[in-house]
Structure formats: C-alpha cells, structure tokens
Design a protein around this ligand. Structure first.
Ligand SMILES: Nc1ncnc2c1ncn2[C@@H]1O[C@H](COP(=O)(O)OP(=O)(O)OP(=O)(O)O)[C@@H](O)[C@H]1O
Length: 216
C-alpha cells in the first residue's frame, strides 16, 4: 500500500496556479526528491501533505488517513518546513524537551542521543538565540527525527550545513530509509538528490513530472 497518495490535487493562490490535477503515489521505505525552481510550489506541496494548508480540490491520504477529514495532522510524521519557531531563551535540549512533552513518547536520553546524532552537544548551555544558522538547522532535523517518525517531510534539510554535516545527515537519512522510513525532501543541490533519492519529481506545468529513477 502507498504510504502517501495525492489524487487529483489542485492548488492556486489568488490567480497563481501551483498545481493542477496532480497524482502521486509514495511507496514506503523510499526517498523521494521534489525539485523545481524558486516559487514553483515545493513547500506548498509539503504543507498540503502535512495538513497545514488544504488543496482546492482532490484528496491527500497519509498512512491510510485522509488529510483534512478525520484528523488534521497526520501521526508519526517528522517535518521541516520553513523555520521552526524556537524558544530563543532556552537551550537546544530544553527546546526539544518542550516539543517531546507534547506527545510524551521519548526520554531525555533519546533527546540526548538524537542531538549527538545530528552533531549538536546536548549538554551545551548555549541558548538557541545564540545558535548559528547551521546549528538551528540541526535542531530542526533533531525535532523531525527524535520520535522515530516513520515519514519525514524535509524541505531543504541541508540548508546552512557545512560539508561534513551534510555528509553526516545524508548517511543518517539513508540509514532511516534502510529501516523502512519514508522520506520526501527538496534540495537545490543536485548532488543531494542524486545520492539520496530513489525517485525524483520535477514541478513542471503544474504537475509532478517524474524525471529520473536513480536507484530503482
Ligand atoms: N499562503 C500563501 N498565500 C499566497 N501565496 C502563497 C502562499 N504560500 C505560498 N504562496 C506562493 O506560492 C508559490 C510557491 O511557494 P513555495 O514556497 O511552495 O515555493 P518553493 O518551490 O518552495 O520555492 P523555494 O525553492 O524558493 O523554496 C510562491 O509564489 C508563493 O509566494
């Protein structure tokens, strides 16, 4: 069964057409890349899949649940879209802890492990308002993965990361895929797309056009 499916999805903003009758079936345990120029609708597509905005027509089903009908936010989905709103006067750990308390699923230890995994020091006393851009990005990645979310929707996950961190996060994402997690990502860096993605779609003419099937 497809873990995400879009059926006949259309979306416009006041005369700006982004998508017209788009269909997409996402297989579990694969990495999908969505590419397209600035303003082509990549983030809007991800927001629709996450239930943050609704399509004008069509349906989106995530994990068997139609978005916008029975419940608004899909369960078990890790998201990086836009800059997350952190509490500036708290440390990275404290910020993640606040988020973890919403679901109450994970221990402090798991937050520690996740911070180390993405290259942040969990015991650092530095407040997030003093974090560099790359550190904020790592925190965003940490919140998206720390609860072992099975679907990851990652809009530009490599933004602001140094080369070593990019390699680390790429390795992490490939390991998640091997565990059966499903990842949708965007990147303006073709190398990220080539290395990571099983399937790539380009937004073209208001549709998702398959451009390459690198590893299947
Ligand atoms: N809430 C909104 N109201 C009106 N227009 C919007 C809204 N959200 C997005 N748009 C418009 O939709 C278009 C697509 O935006 P989107 O952020 O999805 O582009 P993108 O492909 O992610 O671009 P980039 O590569 O620059 O990140 C843009 O023209 C944007 O201004």
């Amino acid at each position: 069964m497809d873990i995400i499916s879009l059926k006949n999805v259309s979306k416009s903003y006041k005369g700006l057409t982004l998508f017209q009758h788009v269909n997409l079936n996402v297989e579990k345990g694969k990495i999908y890349g969505i590419v397209g120029p600035n303003g082509s609708g990549k983030s809007v597509l991800f927001k629709m899949i996450c239930g943050f905005v609704f399509p004008d027509e069509g349906t989106i089903i995530v994990n068997g649940v139609e978005i916008g009908r029975s419940k608004r936010f899909p369960e078990n989905i890790g998201i990086i879209i836009d800059r997350p709103g952190y509490i500036p006067n708290k440390t990275g750990f404290q910020n993640l802890k606040e988020l973890a308390m919403i679901r109450g699923k994970i221990s402090d230890n798991k937050i520690f492990e996740t911070m180390e995994m993405v290259g942040l020091q969990p015991t650092a006393k530095q407040k997030v308002k003093h974090y560099s851009l790359g550190m904020k990005q790592k925190l965003a990645i940490a919140q998206a993965i720390m609860e072992d979310q099975q679907i990851l929707i990652l809009d530009e996950p490599f933004n602001a990361l140094d080369a070593e961190s990019v390699n680390n996060i790429r390795r992490l994402l490939l390991a998640f895929k091997n565990e059966g997690r499903t990842i949708l990502l965007t990147s303006h860096n073709q190398e990220d797309i080539d290395i990571l993605c099983d399937y790539v779609f380009r937004i073209n003419n208001y549709k998702l056009e398959p451009i390459v099937s690198v590893k299947s």
